[in-house]
Design a protein. Structure first.
Length: 323
C-alpha cells in the first residue's frame, strides 16, 4: 500500500483556506514557487499585493524552532537589515492548518546576484556582515548547531544502508568518504571556534535578491548556530582563482564585523560536508513526488559516478583557498 506524502493535502482549496484563516481574502490565484524542502506559493489577495505562503515540511522543525527563526527575522527587520520577515496577524506569525505549520510574508520582486561579479560580491559581504552583527553572538537556544563530522557520518551511513548506491561502487565510496573525513578532522582539530554564533546557514545565490538597488537575504529556514564562514564560502565560484572573490567578500564583511581568518581553513570541511549531505538529502526525500519529478536522474549509476568524481575533486582541491 502506498502512503500519501504529507504535502499531498495541499490542494488549492486547502491552500486558500489556510491563507484566508488569517483574515485575508484571496482572489483565488495560486502560483507555485520553486521550493522542494517546503511548499511555497504566491497567493493573490483581493485589492492588495500578493503574499507568499510557506508551508513547512512536517516533522522537520518544531514549533519552537520555527518561532525562533521568526523572532530573528523580526529583530533583523527592526535593525533595518534587508530581510523579509513574516506577516503578523493579531500578534501571531505562525499558523497551523490541516496539521501543517505555515506563515505568510510580503512578496519581494528582484534578481539574484550575478556569479563572479566582484562588485556584487563586496555588497554580499557587506550584507552578511550586517546580518551577523545584528544577530549578535548569542547562540540560538532552539535551532541546531553545525557539526560537520557528525553530518558526514550520518549522511554516509544513510547512503550506505540504502539500495540507491550500487553495491559495486560502495568500496570506493567508503574510501573517499574516509579520506575526506580524515582531512576534515585534521582541520577541525587545528581550529574550531570556542563558541558558535547564529548564521543563516544556506546563503547561496538563490536565497539573495536584488530589490530596488539593495540585496536582501531570504529564507532563514536553515538558520543555526555555526561559523561565520558558512555564510561566505558558498559565493566562491571561481575554482581557478577564488582568492580574489574571497577578498571582496571579506572586505565587505569587515565593514561591519572583523573576520576570523582562521575560519578559512574550514571552507574545505564545509564544502565536503555539503557535497556528501546533498546526496543523502535527495535520498531521504525520495518519497516526495516533487523530488522524483525534479531530480529524475538521481539514483542512476551515472549519478553516483558523478557524485564520486565530485567527492574526489573535493580532495584534489583541498587547500586551494586557504593556501
Amino acid at each position: 500500500m502506498t502512503t500519501q506524502h504529507p504535502f499531498s493535502v495541499l490542494v488549492p482549496d486547502v491552500i486558500l483556506d489556510a491563507v484566508e484563516s488569517t483574515g485575508l481574502w484571496s482572489d483565488s490565484r495560486i502560483y507555485p514557487l520553486n521550493s522542494y524542502e517546503n511548499r511555497v506559493y504566491q497567493i493573490g489577495i483581493e485589492d492588495d499585493s500578493p503574499v507568499i505562503a510557506k508551508f513547512y515540511r512536517p516533522e522537520r522543525w518544531t514549533e519552537a524552532q520555527i518561532l525562533e527563526e521568526h523572532a530573528l527575522l523580526f529583530k533583523l527587520k527592526q535593525a533595518d537589515v534587508p530581510v523579509v520577515a513574516p506577516l503578523e496577524f493579531d500578534g501571531k506569525s505562525l499558523f497551523s492548518h490541516q496539521g501543517m505549520f505555515f506563515c505568510l510574508s510580503p512578496r519581494l520582486v528582484g534578481q539574484h546576484p550575478e556569479a563572479d561579479n566582484l562588485d556584487e560580491l563586496y555588497q554580499l559581504g557587506e550584507l552578511i556582515g550586517q546580518v551577523h552583527k545584528a544577530m549578535s553572538n548569542q547562540p540560538f537556544s532552539e535551532r541546531i548547531s553545525v557539526s560537520p563530522l557528525e553530518q558526514m557520518d550520518q549522511a554516509a551511513k544513510q547512503i550506505l544502508s540504502n539500495p540507491f548506491l550500487p553495491e559495486k561502487l560502495k568500496p570506493v565510496y567508503k574510501k573517499q568518504i574516509a579520506t575526506l573525513r580524515a582531512l576534515s578532522d585534521t582541520r577541525i582539530q587545528a581550529y574550531w571556534p570556542s563558541q558558535l554564533r547564529p548564521v543563516h546557514g544556506d546563503s547561496h545565490r538563490s536565497n539573495l535578491m536584488l530589490h530596488e538597488g539593495q540585496f536582501h537575504l531570504l529564507d532563514f529556514d536553515d538558520c543555526q548556530n555555526g561559523v561565520a564562514v558558512q555564510d561566505i564560502w558558498l559565493h566562491l565560484t571561481q575554482t581557478e582563482n577564488p582568492r580574489q572573490q574571497l577578498s571582496e567578500l571579506i572586505e565587505g564583511y569587515e565593514a561591519y564585523l572583523p573576520f576570523e581568518t582562521r575560519e578559512l581553513d574550514l571552507i574545505d570541511v564545509f564544502k565536503s560536508a555539503r557535497v556528501i549531505c546533498y546526496a543523502a538529502w535527495l535520498q531521504s526525500r525520495w518519497t516526495d513526488p516533487a523530488f522524483v519529478k525534479a531530480f529524475p536522474w538521481f539514483g542512476s549509476e551515472d549519478y553516483w559516478i558523478n557524485h564520486l568524481n565530485e567527492l574526489k575533486n573535493c580532495e584534489l582541491e583541498w587547500g586551494n583557498i586557504s593556501r
